[in-house]
Design a protein around this ligand. Structure first.
Ligand code: SAM
Ligand code: SF4
Length: 459
């Protein structure tokens, strides 16, 4: 596979097999200076199995996340627009050979309807997700653009979606420019596995069977002017240590080629899927998964880490502490899934966390995390390199906290249950105390605007 030197990665994993405490401490000291780690440093951390050293890694990850992003966690909802697919990925319910699921393409009106349901719950950020087969007489990209326009057009009172991201098939540069013109935020393409033979086995037919076209899809996004990109591994397909190092060598390639790495990294784990008889060949345990998340936080401190509702609530709550900075909440993975009456067939995989958005908000607040619906960076052109230049010296943290507090008050005033309102207003008071006098004054002005009915302001 392009950009991935399997021999080098295996060599590093072999070389760092017997790492001692001193070496781990040296790497962690580097992390505390908020420096990017080398592949070798990362391999050293991946080899740790000792409980005491693992605790040190977890503690450092929490500290680094706190220093760069503060204690905010950004929330979004996926919106599945289609489950038709020309590919045959062995693990996915949408695979072409699966006759057991009900298939559908949402129309633009249906996309707007689904978005309105999400807006009524309080969501402000949407990830559009699609299989790789457009409705008859449309191309993939025209269908995606139609859906993005429909999401941005939806309104519930003063509320609208502020940022649409997309997880879709790799496109060519001309097509990607159409997505850019439609106002796309982050473009996500998960490589699934960076191991060449495993990639071939898992993706036997269809356009996705070419790994180089997929990995180059991210470079083409940069060429088309989309500089917020998201990458990911589907953990469970191959050895998690190899996959993590390989994904980080993909990051190194992007940094070299485009001066900036990915905006986000996603860490899906294989879940059971309807009509699919597939067992993860390299199942990753909860303990190993926790370790991978903490190590990613240390290795690429400025990159957002996304966790989906594939994980169960108890475990998700534990992972927030380790550096996760964005989560989905109250998700459905079938097209039309947000309708109350929708049957359950047609979903991509079985969800681990079925809590409502309000319940997730309540838990985050109880645990001391400020839930955020902010999309300010994207709307102020703080993307790609410009974002990283703010994130690196820690400047972004102040903005993140202010915007999180603004969007939290909007949520509490407009959508929250009585219980979450009570907890949320207490959190706002406590967080206000931590602000500088100027920030306090500025936040008060925003809050007066919100009380007057204004929405959607940001710094
Ligand atoms: N079809 C496009 C593609 O494959 O890139 C985009 C949408 S696909 C539905 C989004 C992601 O879902 C895939 O990249 C894969 O990582 C993930 N996925 C597929 N099957 C899964 C499963 N059984 N459990 C967890 N995640 C899964
Ligand atoms: Fe299609 Fe994507 Fe599922 Fe593969 S992972 S079958 S490409 S929807």
């Amino acid at each position: 596979m392009k950009y991935i030197d399997e021999g080098k990665i295996n060599g590093l994993l072999e070389k760092t097999k017997n790492v001692d405490e001193k070496e781990v401490d040296e790497v962690l000291a580097k992390s505390l200076l908020l420096q990017r780690l080398s592949l070798e440093d990362t391999a050293k951390l991946l080899s740790v199995t000792d409980g005491h050293l693992l605790e040190k890694i977890f503690k450092t990850a929490k500290e680094v996340k706190q220093r760069i992003y503060g204690n905010r966690v950004v929330l979004f909802a996926p919106l599945y627009i289609s489950n038709y697919c020309a590919n045959n990925c062995l693990y996915c319910a949408f695979r072409a050979d699966n006759r057991k699921i009900k298939r559908s393409h949402l129309t633009a009106d249906e996309v707007r309807g689904q978005t309105e349901i999400l807006l009524k719950k309080g969501h402000k950020r949407i990830l559009v997700v699609a299989g790789e087969a457009p409705p008859p007489s449309k191309t993939n990209v025209d269908y995606y653009v139609e859906a993005i326009n429909a999401v941005y057009a939806a309104r519930v009172g003063e509320n609208k979606i502020k940022r649409v991201n997309i997880n879709c098939a790799p496109l060519n540069i001309g097509e990607l420019k159409k997505l850019k013109d439609a106002g796309i935020g982050t473009l996500q393409i998960f490589q699934e596995t960076y191991h060449g033979d495993t990639y071939k086995k898992m993706h036997p037919r269809g356009p996705k069977s070419d790994p180089d076209n997929r990995i180059d899809g991210i470079d083409r996004a940069f060429s088309a002017g989309i500089d917020d990109v998201g990458i990911g591994v589907l953990y469970g397909l191959y050895d998690h240590k190899f996959e993590t190092l390989a994904m980080l060598s993909h990051v190194e390639h992007l940094e070299k080629a485009h001066n900036v790495g990915p905006h986000t990294i996603s860490v899906p784990r294989i879940e059971p899927a309807e009509g699919v008889d597939f067992n993860a060949p390299y199942e990753i345990s909860d303990g190993e998964f926790k370790k991978v998340i903490a190590i990613l936080r240390l290795s690429v401190p400025y990159t957002g880490l996304i966790l989906s509702t594939r994980e169960n609530p108890r475990f998700r709550d534990e992972l927030f502490d380790l550096g996760i900075s964005q989560i989905s909440a109250a998700s459905k993975t079938s097209p039309g899934g947000y309708n109350e009456s929708e049957e359950t067939s047609g979903a991509q995989f079985v969800l681990g966390d079925n809590r409502s958005l309000d319940e997730v908000m309540g838990t985050l607040i109880e645990k001391g995390f400020i839930p955020s619906f902010c999309a300010a960076c994207y709307r102020s052109s703080r993307t790609g390199e410009a974002f990283m230049n703010l994130a690196k010296p820690g400047t972004i943290k102040g903005k993140c906290t202010m915007n999180a507090l603004i969007t939290l008050k909007e949520y509490l005033d407009d959508f929250a249950s009585e219980d979450v309102k009570r907890k949320g207003y207490i959190m706002i008071k406590k967080e206000e105390e931590k602000l500088s006098p100027e920030e306090k004054q500025s936040l008060r002005r925003f809050y007066e605007d919100i009380d007057k009915g204004l929405r959607d302001e940001y710094v």
